[in-house]
Write a protein of this length. Structure first.
Lengths: 340, 250
């Protein structure tokens, strides 16, 4: 489930208005999974329309993006392509976790423990091909450009920041830092009030930003060394990492020995880990095709048609949101950046 | 390193700090032999303040090398507000990264304020050419903003060769104030090309109220659908420029 860099990271909180006019590359799968995990009913059931088809992803993508567009943030959604074969173990592991969660979820439902059911349900989400197509459709109708990565979405998103197209990457996972994203912004698509599981209280989740250069210089690491730290902890491509080595030990080892090959205590295990290949995935990812990124007008009529006529969304809520967005866009204060 | 700057009253610092406080929470001042400057934008980059306060405008000014110091602007403003109008103000930097603020005129107040690490990066200035310039008495501009604010949050400005129109339109109605060179409050009007643009009253009003307590006049310069620049002409203060981006218009 992504790389555990949290103990090494110092993020600074950022106000969503500070992202105004900035281009943000969003990890599409990451954010759609977040929507599927959190946009659920009281007993953990996904939102569905009267025809029984799931709408949690569309609801999340629509309302969240409308509010980000109202802040004048320019979004690019980056979709994953074919996963690298090294990721199959991680994918199998995730499938297994989902299966366990699904069993627990069903058991909790049967015994009437609805709070538990809601909790377990969050880990059961499966993203179907149909949901992906529908997600792309709503994004397109909202005028939001899509980039299709050949393989890892986060690699393609990081590339967009490196070539200056995007200001930063939005994802909950820290992998983007290994892929070299100039800035990682967390909580972009989930900021706001969130319920704490099992408790009757709420916390306010705010976006936070991690600057890649500052992060590396604070830890005095090179990018190559950061990737080695990641491999020690365990990435999606070697999820088991190295036994007994957590984030802090990993950092200490790399600082002391400079690179994986020099670390005495992993010498026996290292040959079993395709570390050169993993380094290549992070340091030399393939470059996505990005010739036609354009931020388009919102197709208001078609959004209403798709969500309300096809997907049975409440026409009042959808048109209400769109009207407010339209009003904001037409009376928006521009930023001075245009004149610099 | 020596930095010590003295003014004859608290008014100048009050105007400067309250103007800056309308845009940012933390401010980094730069001092060098020529004087003190500040440049910064609000978080959404809609407005910018550019201040240069030359050494000659101070009662006394000492600074032997360029130095930056960061403050929490509302904290500094609170301190300055404790001073009375006729108090002299002396600002100096101490070795232990604190800012000393001494205000006195019979009664002596001394504050030691913790400085903050300045994270601010260099702010560029917008590149603009202006087709309209109107110089207004500060109080008069403030009154126009309050008048229009009754019906709208936005001020539309339209200039013609012989008059300047300030207007606003809202759900409840419309307001219009027309000034020509004979009107009270308009000191100068220079129109190279007719211009029309709309700006947020909130931004304009906050900064105008902050600075116009010190009196003086305001030179407002703009072009159609371009940012406006307000130059606050206050005694004993060098350059205070306020830039505001326009609103998108239908």
């Amino acid at each position: 489930m992504g790389l555990d860099l949290r103990p090494l990271v110092e993020a600074s909180s950022i106000n969503i208005t500070e992202l105004s006019e900035k281009v943000i590359a969003i990890d599409a799968y990451n954010s759609i999974y977040q929507f599927l995990a959190t946009i659920r009913g009281p007993t953990g059931e996904l939102l569905a329309n009267s025809k029984g088809s799931v709408t949690s992803h569309l609801s999340g993508l629509f309302y969240r993006n409308v509010s980000l567009l109202a802040e004048n943030i320019k979004l690019i959604y980056v979709f994953d392509g074919e996963p690298n074969y090294l990721k199959s173990k991680e994918i199998e592991h995730r499938r297994h976790l989902k299966q366990i969660a699904t069993e627990k979820y069903e058991a909790a439902l049967m015994s009437g423990k609805y709070d538990d059911a809601r909790k377990y349900s969050q880990a059961t989400s499966i993203l179907t091909q149909e949901m992906i197509e529908e997600s792309k459709k709503i994004l397109e109708l909202l005028g939001i450009p899509i980039v299709q990565a050949k393989s890892e979405g986060e690699a393609a998103a990081a590339y967009l920041t490196k070539c200056g197209i995007a200001f930063g990457c939005a994802s909950q996972d820290y992998d983007s830092l290994l892929f070299g994203a100039e800035k990682l912004i967390r909580n972009v698509t989930i900021s706001g009030k969130r319920k704490i599981p099992n408790r009757n209280s709420y916390i306010n989740i705010e976006p936070e930003i991690i600057d890649h250069k500052f992060f590396l210089s604070r830890l005095s690491l090179t990018r190559e060394q950061l990737v080695d730290v990641g491999i020690l902890i365990g990435t999606d491509f070697n999820p088991e990492g190295f036994p007994g080595i957590g984030p802090k030990t990993a950092l200490k080892l790399i600082k002391e020995y400079n690179k994986l090959e020099n670390i005495e205590k992993i010498r026996d295990r290292l040959p079993d880990v395709p570390y050169q290949e993993i380094r290549n995935i992070f340091l030399r990812p393939e470059i996505p095709e990005i010739d036609n990124i354009s931020f388009n007008e919102i197709k208001y009529e078609q959004v209403i048609n798709f969500l309300c006529t096809e997907k049975n969304f409440s026409i009042d809520r959808v048109t209400g949101s769109l009207d407010r967005l339209k009003k904001t866009i037409t009376s928006r204060n521009q930023s001075l950046e245009r004149w610099f | 390193m020596v930095f010590r700057a003295r003014t004859r009253s608290t008014e100048e610092w009050k105007a400067v700090t309250s103007a800056i406080s309308t845009l940012v929470d933390e401010a980094t001042f730069e001092a060098n032999i020529e004087g003190i400057s500040f440049r910064g934008m609000d978080p959404s980059h809609v407005a910018l303040i550019d201040i240069h306060w030359p050494n000659t405008t101070f009662e006394s000014f000492e600074c032997d090398s360029a130095v930056k110091f960061g403050v929490r602007i509302d904290e500094l403003l609170k301190v300055i507000r404790r001073g009375e109008k006729k108090d002299s103000v002396e600002m100096s930097l101490a070795e232990d990264s604190t800012l000393l603020v001494k205000m006195h005129n019979g009664y002596r107040r001394e504050y030691k304020m913790r400085l903050i690490e300045s994270s601010a990066s260099a702010t560029p200035l917008p590149k603009l050419s202006f087709n309209t310039k109107a110089v207004l008495v500060a109080g008069s501009f403030d009154r126009i903003l309050s008048d229009v604010n009754i019906v709208s949050e936005y001020l539309s400005i339209k200039s013609e060769a012989s008059a300047i129109h300030f207007s606003g339109k809202g759900d409840s109605g419309e307001a219009e104030i027309v000034l020509d060179p004979k009107s009270e409050g308009l000191e100068e009007l220079n129109v190279k090309e007719q211009s029309t643009a709309t700006y947020s009253i909130d931004y304009l009003s906050k900064v105008t109220k902050a600075i116009s307590t010190a009196g003086g006049s305001i030179a407002a310069e703009f072009s159609s659908k371009m940012p406006i620049r307000l130059e606050f002409r206050v005694m004993n203060l060098g350059r205070i420029h306020f830039y505001l981006a326009p609103r998108v218009q239908d």
